[in-house]
Design a protein around this ligand. Structure first.
Ligand code: RIB
Ligand code: CA
Length: 320
């Protein structure tokens, strides 16, 4: 089987953790490394959570590189109401004791080296604020031609935002970085709330996972915390799988339907800062105001197939 060289940059919160476990449980995914960024929680917590989750997956060989502790310009706003104060809903004690630390190589340098060493093959997946990737591509524009694909969980295109009328957390946490990454010109697929809110895990899913071994039980407890966090908004226990879907799309693009449209990020609007802007005007009118490069935007998802892929992967974790 030809494996897919993968790199995940994340702000390990609950759905990032589930995304990491999906990657480690997928044979065709060759997870080369993980870089961490502040977002859902502090950089220290995101890094500790990442190390703990990889230990749970018996993946201590995958290097972890700590990155940015602050956005480029926006003050850091954490998300404790969704991910808990430690970023993992208080579930870190369920994880194996940490036997290693993040490497001394920075996230930016590690991403750069991975792109060079796996030129034309590396798939970069970002499931947190884009600070690390922005610093990497700003320091080495050659990355734009080197990566095979960049997959970003972020944005809200035709649906409401989750931190503003049209603003989604990953983009709005660091709008300057998001604009650099989303308009860099590399082959980028955006996985926005438009599709991630359609892939949800409910109480039956946690009950099933709880019977499938310790790692799957961790997924069940993580899902349960996330379901409660979303209950006020959704009125039911149904957790949207933002980051796991981004990894699933990186591994199997057939899960989604996409459109290629000009895209940029608003960095100045009083009510729109951190929003993704997509130009749906006819091509002839787009030249008048060229907002940004064509970006592959996920507009529909096979939610059933995505759910089955996630549940199958998490359920198989403890099978070893
Ligand atoms: O808006 C959802 C995104 O913000 C997810 O990546 C979640 O982990 C948070 O980072
Ligand atoms: Ca995230």
């Amino acid at each position: 089987m030809e494996r897919i060289p993968l790199w995940i940059d994340c702000d390990t919160g609950i759905d990032d953790a589930l995304a990491l476990l999906l990657a480690t449980a997928t044979p065709e995914a060759q997870l080369l490394g993980v870089s961490t960024v502040a977002g859902n929680c502090s950089l220290e917590d995101a890094t500790a959570n990442t190390l703990g989750v990889l230990a749970l997956a018996d993946a201590n060989d995958i290097p972890v590189h700590a990155g940015a502790s602050q956005p480029l310009a926006e003050p850091l706003h954490l998300a404790p109401s969704i991910h808990g104060t430690d970023g993992l809903g208080g579930l870190r004690p369920m994880l194996p004791a940490l036997r290693r630390r993040a490497t001394s190589l920075s996230a930016v340098e590690a991403v750069r080296r991975a792109c060079h060493e796996h030129a034309r093959h590396l798939v970069l997946v970002a499931t947190g604020p884009l600070t690390n990737l922005a610093l990497a591509v700003a320091s080495d524009r050659a990355l734009v031609e080197m990566v095979s694909r960049v997959v970003v969980m972020g944005g809200a295109v035709r649906v409401p935002g989750n931190v503003g009328p049209n603003a989604e957390f990953n983009i709005a946490t660091d709008p300057e970085a998001a604009r650099i990454v989303l308009t860099a010109g590399w082959p980028l697929t955006l996985v926005p709330l438009d599709v991630t809110m359609r892939v949800r895990m409910g109480a039956k899913d946690t009950a099933t996972l709880r019977k499938q071994g310790p790692a799957a039980a961790f997924c069940a407890d993580a899902l349960a915390f996330y379901q409660e966090a979303y209950r006020p908004e959704l009125g039911m226990r149904a957790a949207p799988m933002h980051d796991p879907l981004a990894v699933a799309v990186a591994l199997d693009p057939r899960l989604v339907a996409t459109e290629d449209l000009p895209l940029s990020v608003e960095t100045r609007g009083e009510f729109t800062r951190g929003s993704v802007v997509v130009d749906r005007r006819p091509r002839t009118r787009q030249e008048s105001v060229a907002i940004g490069p064509l970006t592959r935007i996920c507009v529909a998802v096979d939610a059933h197939a995505a759910r089955q892929r996630l549940l199958r992967s998490w359920g198989g974790l403890s099978a070893g």
